[in-house]
Design a protein around this ligand. Structure first.
Ligand code: FAD
Ligand code: NAG
Ligand code: NAG
Ligand code: NAG
Length: 549
């Protein structure tokens, strides 16, 4: 059985895992004293393991008290307390921690979760009784910009995208692909994908990385990887939900930055016209630099909200526009330009707009700096925080819906399953034949699919959790609708608990997921909050996997 593994070191660890597994078939506590002589397991495993952390020599430091923050995230629904929080000063700290936990072996329950900015939705960056590594503690490390033909910037895995924007702009450069919100970490978004209005042109953030430094779950090895070097790990980690290693450094591709942005919104009554225009813009040679869209259901207030910061092209007719309570679709685009190219940009915009079929009176525009545009959600954050509406539960649902299903989806979901906006509903297409298909990101099979994001906030009320329960039930109905259809939707930022659900999520990629797990994190130490592998039961599957091959 053990001879099936590939490398020698692999074989050694695998045999050990399987041996341990066989030994632990009888309940945990009873076989400990009978079969094991190692000293660290004579005490209660979790107590001794947590205690053993104090023996580590670190550049940074460990915290054992007041760990509540590490049990919180943006989702606001899951709270698992760790045993300790590591504030690393160096890559060596991250490596030392993983190596230590690795060497404790399977008799320790300790796991390790990297925590970026804690903006996960369902506990993905938490580690129940484990160690949370606060990656932002490493972010003070200097960012280094490389000029030249393919410019790039080296950043820490715990760096926030907003800081990268400010730093690279000093050199007249900027990353190409973003998320809607920039107070997220490099390690956090690269573990998922980083999809926003630039992805139709440049692919998601994971497609715009030249190199990574990764500390793997196997003994805390520190490995540099890229398309050419250790590419299996490179593509594994990109979109890999933190399963194979912790990203300590990333080299992000840059392009010359623009100064200004024309930011434009227009409305549609019909979903078919709206999506046709989106797909047209997606495929045009000369197009915008950013494209998204959103759905407005039964919400005049929401419309007036954003209208205030945009100017109508035709103020008189715009003031007469009335949605009559109908569902509206808003196409949102942006064009970047430098001041000396203003007229060229204007002409290009005019041309693109002339090819679209929006309601003529509903063209709204504004002009802002690149930073104001890219950091736009932070402005909303500040306003919501003032009203106490930011730190509420966020039962978000993100779906990737194949093009062949999208009209049916829109018809069934907007205004039917979802009768009201509990927050923005984003919807926009991408063409993944321009994306790198070697990353770990799971997408629908069709080339063109839509990102549909239900970004709900559950504002607590006198009636308690009623709003949250209501939104969760709606989300479930949307998911059920998707699974009733034959064309596969995929969840983005997913969370499942059952092994079968993960297996079905990954589809044909499941085999490579389990193979990489064995290779880079054989004890299933890393990112336990994703609930794909569990430290003990993960090994059972490891054994099954080995036997199956
Ligand atoms: C307001 C808002 C807007 C958003 N907009 C977008 C968007 O437009 N597009 C989009 O794609 N996503 C978006 N997201 C989702 C975002 O990408 C995820 O929340 C992601 O988890 C990033 O958050 P984080 O940096 O706080 O990472 P965390 O939530 O802290 O971590 C996420 C996962 O990655 C792991 N991880 C963290 N750091 C590392 C590391 N250095 N190495 C390896 N694994 C690591 C964690 O263990 C965890 O499993 C948005 C989220 C919010 C709150
Ligand atoms: C998607 O991209 C591929 C390759 O560039 C192209 O052949 C195809 O027509 C595109 N599809 C759409 C709908 O734009
Ligand atoms: C639209 O909103 C109003 C008030 O917010 C509400 O009374 C009404 O039921 C909503 N309509 C639908 C179809 O949900
Ligand atoms: C991945 O992309 C490459 C190049 O674009 C293509 O040749 C290959 O068929 C794709 N593989 C899959 C599984 O789609």
């Amino acid at each position: 059985m053990c001879s099936l593994s590939k490398s020698k070191s692999n074989k050694h660890v695998l045999c050990r895992i399987i041996l341990v597994l066989l030994l632990s078939c009888t309940p945990y506590s009873t076989n400990l004293s009978s079969c094991c002589s190692s000293s660290n397991i004579l005490l209660s495993p979790s107590v001794s393991a947590a205690f053993s952390l104090r023996t580590l020599t670190l550049d940074g430091y460990l915290e054992f008290e007041d760990l509540g923050n590490a049990a919180k995230d943006f989702g606001g629904r899951y709270h698992f307390l760790p045993s300790a929080v590591l504030h690393p000063e160096s890559v060596a700290d991250v490596s030392a921690m993983i190596k230590h936990v690795f060497e404790l072996g399977t008799f320790s329950e300790l796991t390790v979760a990297a925590r970026g900015h804690g903006h996960s939705l369902q506990g993905q960056a938490q580690a129940h009784k484990g160690v949370v590594i606060q990656m932002e503690s490493m972010k003070s490390h200097e960012m280094r910009v490389h000029m030249g033909k393919d410019p790039s910037v080296d950043v820490s895995g715990g760096e926030l995208w907003i800081n990268i924007l400010h730093e690279t702009l000093k050199h007249g450069l900027a990353p190409k692909s973003w998320t809607d919100y920039l107070h997220l970490t490099v390690g956090g978004t690269l573990s998922n994908a980083g999809i926003s209005g630039q992805a139709f042109l440049h692919g998601p953030q994971i497609d715009n990385v030249q190199e990574l430094e990764v500390v793997t779950g196997r003994k805390g090895d520190i490995i540099t990887c890229s398309e050419k070097q250790n590419s299996d790990l490179f593509y594994g980690v990109l979109g890999g939900l933190g399963q194979y290693g912790i990203i300590t450094r990333a080299r992000i591709s840059l392009v010359p930055s623009a100064e200004r942005v024309k930011w434009i919104r227009m409305l549609y009554h019909e979903f078919s016209t709206f999506s046709m225009d989106q797909e047209h813009l997606m495929s045009s040679k000369e197009t915008f630099d950013y494209m998204e869209g959103f759905v407005v259901i039964n919400r005049t207030g929401l419309l007036n909200n954003w209208r205030s910061s945009f100017s109508p092209k035709d103020p008189v007719r715009a003031s007469q526009f009335n949605s009559d309570g109908k569902i509206l679709y808003c196409l949102e685009v942006a064009k970047y330009f430098d001041r000396n190219e203003y007229h060229v940009a204007e002409q290009s915009i005019e041309k693109s707009l002339s090819e679209l079929n929006f309601i003529p009176s509903t063209l709204f525009q504004t002009e802002v700096s690149l930073v104001e545009f890219l950091d736009r959600v932070h402005t909303s954050e500040t306003k919501l925080k003032e009203k106490g509406l930011w730190d509420v539960p966020h039962p978000w649902l993100n779906l990737l819906v194949p093009k062949s299903l999208i009209s049916h989806f829109a018809e069934q979901v907007f205004g039917n399953i979802i009768g009201d906006n509990n927050g923005p509903i984003l919807i926009y297409p991408v063409n993944q034949s321009k994306w790198n298909n070697k990353t770990s990101l799971v997408t629908p099979e069709e080339d063109v699919f839509y990102l549909v994001a239900f970004l709900s906030s559950a504002v607590p009320s006198a009636s308690g959790n009623e709003r949250l329960e209501h939104i969760l039930a709606q989300n479930q109905r949307v998911i059920d609708f998707c699974s009733r259809t034959t064309t596969g939707c995929k969840q983005y930022l997913p969370r499942y608990s059952a092994r079968e659900e993960w297996q079905s999520h990954f589809g044909p990629k499941w085999e490579v997921v389990t193979r990489r797990k064995l290779e880079y994190d054989p004890l299933a130490i890393l990112a336990p909050g994703q609930r794909i592998f569990q430290k003990s039961s993960g090994i059972v599957s490891t054994k099954a996997q080995v036997q199956a091959t």
